[in-house]
Design a protein around this ligand. Sequence first.
Ligand code: ADP
Ligand code: MG
Length: 694
Amino acid sequence: MTLAYDTHIQYLKGVGPKLGDVLRKRGVATVGALLEWFPRAYEDRRHARNIASLAHEQIVSIEATVISVRAISMGKSHRKIYEIVVRDESGRISCKYFRVPYRGYFERFTTHQKVRIAGKVTLYRNKLEFHHPDIQLVSDDEPKTEDQLIPLYTDTEGLSPHKIRKLMTVAIDELVLKQKAVPEVFPLQLREKFNLLPRAEALRLIHCPPPLSGEDFLNYRSPAQRRIIFEEFFWLEIYMAREKLGLKREPAPALLGGRELADKLIASLSFQLTKAQIFVFEEIFADIQKPNPMHRLVQGDVGSGKTVVALLAACVTKASGFQTALMVPTEILAEQHFANAEKLLSPLGIRVALLVGSLKAKAHQEICEKLASGEIDLVIGTHALIEEEVVFKNLGLVVIDEQHRFGVEQRQKLKKNLTPHFLVMTATPIPRTLAMTVYGDLDVSTIDELPPGRSPIVTRKTFSSKREKVFQFMHEQIQKGRQAYVIYPLVEESEKIDLKDAISEYESLKNSFTDLKIGLLHGKMKSDEKDAIMNEFRQNKIQVLVSTTVVEVGVDVPNANMMIIEHAERFGLSQLHQLRGRVGRGEHKSYCVLILGYAVSEEAIHRASVIESTTDGFKIAEADLEIRGPGEFLGRRQSGLPGFKMANLVRDLAILKDARQAATEILIIDPELARAEHQLMRSALNEHKKSIVG
Ligand code: ADP
Ligand code: MG
């Protein structure tokens, strides 16, 4: 049978029903999808190396013989580290795995086998080792491929690297060479102008890099990679550009009620707004008086005071006779905003309500009725706000707090088929170059100043061996009347990984510090339990809050001045920054201690050092980007953006600019993509939209 790009993968020669299943589970359902499964790296076989010549940080490939394979149990738990030691004539080196890629992975290896190891050389405790390298048996039927780059694909159970490469060759042979069945979405003119390879050619080269193309491929500078990266950016840019065009044309209520009520709120505050807060409010105020919807992102570091800016906007909305919905990612945060808003806004005659999933049916219904009849001016809630039965009388403003937790689609749903103004608030600052792309459909305001009088947070990283001292220090702080958070990466003990977990450590802390009131908070608790604990913590009835990352965003308890993060190596930079942002909110000197577990990587130590060295969220975001790469930094989960398969927002900034220019040029001449030569592009965009908004 002749194969097409969308032919089911099972019809590819060499794929039976069983392998078909394996591939489908990996997201490869069609032959085309197989071609879009890009190598995650290339093994550079151009320079054979021996073990003695290796150096820290090198990405290399070596051939060696297995000396031992063993699982090392760590401590009292069930966690294991796997170690494979190999040697060649020049020396020996150990390969460590802190997790198992899939069951049976290590059982493949026995002593005396010849293997090929590809990965990054790491210096750990003065010894060179590999952490999680690619390791393959050297099979005899493998072609001798000196002078070549070998694509490496993510380890997948039931599929040897050799087999993947074989399938790729067959697919390329069929689709690219024989059939010319790879659709080309970019018209020739665009390809010529931006110097892009045909798609088929690019796919072929990516899976079979030509000899002597080494450096270009390793650095993602080859024309083939550029074509695919360009494409990935192009879909995003054209989608964003069209969204923005469309949004600007929609009508929205002009909120013309004036700022009198907002000024009253300002006058009633116990503090003075910062210049940055006033400036950002002015920007919002100007936007919402226009008859087209505002789509504005407010970025401001943790503690910069975004909430009150949103409340000011809610005042203008109320004065204009419209309602405001404020959506947050957690119930804890919803409760906190609600308490705060009630205190500040009720005296001004603004009716505030809380709508969260845990409300009793009757209370829920009552609030829904009041929203529909217009008896509530500001509703604060979680995802519960998105539900269909929540209907507003006249929704004028939607505020989304900590938006990196919400995707574009949720924003759309919250519109309720109305066209309210949108205000999105985030404490995950994004370097300016990226903000335009990530939030291409939003205007960006920045609160670039913290309220005065905040005492700086002293941050220290340390190792488990110093735990006792850290907790002793915490004890002293509490005796001075302060409170503390202790954060764990896990809720409960896990068989698979040897990490301290909140529940058992809560028990053990209670035993060690019988004089302290210790509370436990985690995401698996019922919401009324969570509320009760949070309230007690707020009232200082609980002195130590043992928790998971449920307190990561937004929680504001100024008397808490100590944050201990256990297994700090398990958290990303931005997450550590957010967690630390829970302290340093009051007048007391604050402390954040990052406790690193055993066997942590150099990278984890580096992360902790970054947090130690600065409290500037923008600097941290930049470092985060550098370390993790934007794929994860701006990963789908965080930003509502699609994860790129190949593109990298930092490395490929120049390509991004080209793609943005291409998208803009096309939309100028053909905003609806109606022209004949744009038909394929249009349908491809619809396909990609699913992955962008989905
Ligand atoms: P975030 O930007 O992280 O959401 P919040 O809005 O929670 O910050 O504000 C943090 C704390 O700072 C709150 O207790 C808030 O009342 C207080 N705050 C906000 N603005 C100011 C200001 N201008 N001066 C002093 N304190 C302020
Ligand atoms: Mg906040």
